[in-house]
Write a protein that binds this ligand. Sequence first.
Ligand SMILES: [Zn+2]
Length: 158
Amino acid sequence: MLELKRRVGLSKYMNQPEIKEKFRRQMMRLHKEQKLTNYVFTRPHRKLKESIKRSGLNGFLTERPVLGFMVDEVNYNIKIAVEVDGCYWHGCSTHGVLNPIAAVGKRIKKDKKEKYVLERDGWLLLRFWEHEINEDMSGVISRLRRAVNERLHTVSCA
Ligand SMILES: [Zn+2]
């Protein structure tokens, strides 16, 4: 079904009223679920948090504010902010295809603003996709470890 939609192209598919209605209902349900889960950890974020702990990377705090943004994992000492992006909600190019453009666009805009504001203040913002966390956690952790080492080096040399 998903593959078919991708192949046919969503817009062509949406011309059929019954499909459109089914899609609309599915979207409403997803939005409702999203509202309910807004205040709890998303699963990939929880996975990352646990892996950070296991990896021995210190100083990361969960769900902390940075310059007005609520960030998933924050290390204030070396100014690293880590966000986990759900493939669907943040419009990853592989898994975000069914998301209506408007909703994704809003998030992408917010993500861009966050990057701009944090980097302007000397923060390093790392974003990981949900699928990266699910498929290659060791790669995610080694990228994070490399970033931490670089920042530690920068701080100690400054
Ligand atoms: Zn994805």
